[in-house]
Ligand binder design. Structure first.
Ligand code: ADP
Ligand code: ZN
Length: 448
């Protein structure tokens, strides 16, 4: 890790890496094409899995002549990583690997993410851009409450914050009261964790009669799970901070893939490292800019585990527009959700974050909820369980029914779906310390 003195930048500097972050698109595309070609060659020559897949599709690295040719490459999916667990997709000997992270996923074997020293350095740079864009500066006291360990969040942020030269406080997630004590005692100015954990911290602080808005805390960078704009505003208000965003996934190197800027209107992708496409999740055909579909990434600088056309299952759309921050990197909308979490209720696609935004518009309930899916006869039934504000819940069953009806009508009016709503008591929903569990599927497995 470079010394603090060497890496400290001037706090007034607008970008971490102006050259790339503001590169004219035509120039960026030339750079991307060069790196894409290198990556395809690298993967083909060194990873039997890619060689076989490319051979099967009749594509050779030399067939990649333009950026559009990326669509000729076969996709990679999570199961490919599982099948090649732990190091089958590694393009370098293990002697060149200096770190391995892993994602638990929710089912089956974990997937691994190996890094060379160069990969780690690039990851750190991507994180530094993310943090700088959020206004984090070397004089910040940075409390990093992402889980430290195999999860890429903790160490990814740690490296970026260290490169900026912040005072890093590696609390990891959990032990919420201690988080609050340190926020106070250390005068933490910047907080890093999942949005759902930020909410857990804010709630616990309120219970302990600590007003976070009066503490020095001024900014947070939250990510690793879908959250609505309404949730962002809720956190900003409860903590008296600016809440920024980080996006990433283990398969292509962890957080630092995308980040928002002062405009808080979409997530810039680090396009000199990752090529993004949107495809139709059914037909897998590439979709034009602006259309909603599944996000697909190709890494173009990673050495230990290059990724060709990885299907993220994240649903969003891309926009190429002039951003007020001056960055030229393409922007993606906030992730609507993962296709795994998408529910189809009466023929309508429903993502938890849509329901979340609507719940946040109802003052009688807390932003603590979960969606339960059950079978009622042949039909799927969605039950929204949301905590009532304490005084509402305590006012008795009649009041609860009245609020439930209000929530139901609000969801029906905005999404056109009929749901059942249960106003549940405080703390009924498990508090998150990492990624919140929003969907509980109680349908028999064979009927999902
Ligand atoms: P796991 O698959 O075990 O959850 P990861 O930590 O690699 O492991 O998860 C990456 C996923 O987390 C992304 O594909 C996406 O679904 C979600 N994610 C990460 N950052 C964000 C974000 N800012 N907004 C929405 N979803 C996010
Ligand atoms: Zn911007």
């Amino acid at each position: 890790m470079p010394s603090k003195a060497r890496e400290v930048k001037r706090s007034s500097q607008k970008y971490w890496d102006e050259k790339f972050e503001t590169m004219p698109v035509a120039e960026l595309e030339k750079f991307q094409l060069r790196k894409l070609k290198e990556t395809v060659e690298w993967a083909y020559a060194r990873v039997p899995f890619y060689r076989r897949k490319l051979d099967e599709s009749g594509i050779a690295p030399k067939n990649i002549k333009t950026l559009e040719d990326i669509a000729k490459l076969p996709f990679t999916v999570k199961n490919d990583l599982r099948d090649n667990y732990p190091f089958g997709l590694c393009a370098v000997p293990l002697t060149e690997v200096v770190r391995v992270h892993a994602s638990s996923g929710t089912t089956g074997k974990p997937i691994t993410g190996p890094y060379t020293a160069e990969d780690l350095d690039q990851w750190t740079e991507c994180m530094a851009r993310n943090l700088w864009s959020a206004g984090v500066r070397p004089d910040d006291i940075a409390q990093n409450a992402y889980g430290h360990g195999l999860f890429t969040g903790g160490l990814g942020f740690h490296q970026g914050l260290t490169r900026l030269g912040c005072v890093v406080v590696p609390t990891s997630s959990g032990l919420t009261e201690r988080q609050i004590t340190l926020l106070k005692d250390f005068g933490t100015t910047a907080l890093f964790c999942t949005p759902s954990y930020a909410l857990t911290i804010a709630e616990r602080a309120a219970e302990l009669k600590v007003d976070i808005r009066k503490l020095p805390l001024r900014v947070g960078v939250f990510g690793a799970e879908p959250w609505s704009t309404a949730m962002r505003q809720e956190i900003e208000e409860r903590m008296g901070i600016k809440a920024h965003e980080a996006y990433g996934l283990t398969e292509i190197g962890g957080p630092g893939v995308g980040f928002d800027c002062e405009a808080q209107d979409g997530i810039h992708l680090n396009e000199d490292h990752f090529l993004a496409e949107i495809v139709d999740p059914q037909t897998l055909e590439p979709l034009p800019l602006g259309e909603k579909g599944e996000l697909v990434f190709t890494s173009i600088q990673r050495r230990a585990m290059p990724m060709l056309r990885y299907r993220t299952k994240d649903i969003t759309r891309l926009r190429r527009e002039k951003c007020r921050c001056g960055r030229t990197f393409v922007k993606m909308d906030k992730i609507f959700g993962r296709s795994d979490d998408m529910l189809i209720i009466s023929g309508v696609n429903v993502f938890p974050s849509q329901v979340e935004s609507l719940l946040l518009e109802i003052p009688e309930v807390e932003p603590q909820y979960r969606l339960v899916v059950r079978k009622k006869g042949y039909l799927d039934q969605l039950i929204v369980q949301v905590e009532g504000k304490r005084e509402i819940y305590d006012a008795g069953p009649e009041k609860r029914l009245e609020v439930a009806a209000k929530v139901m009508a609000h969801i029906k009016g905005n999404m056109g779906i009929g749901v059942e709503v249960e106003i549940v008591e405080a703390k009924f929903i498990n508090r998150s310390e990492g990624k919140a569990l929003r969907v509980v599927d109680e349908r028999p497995k064979q009927l999902r």
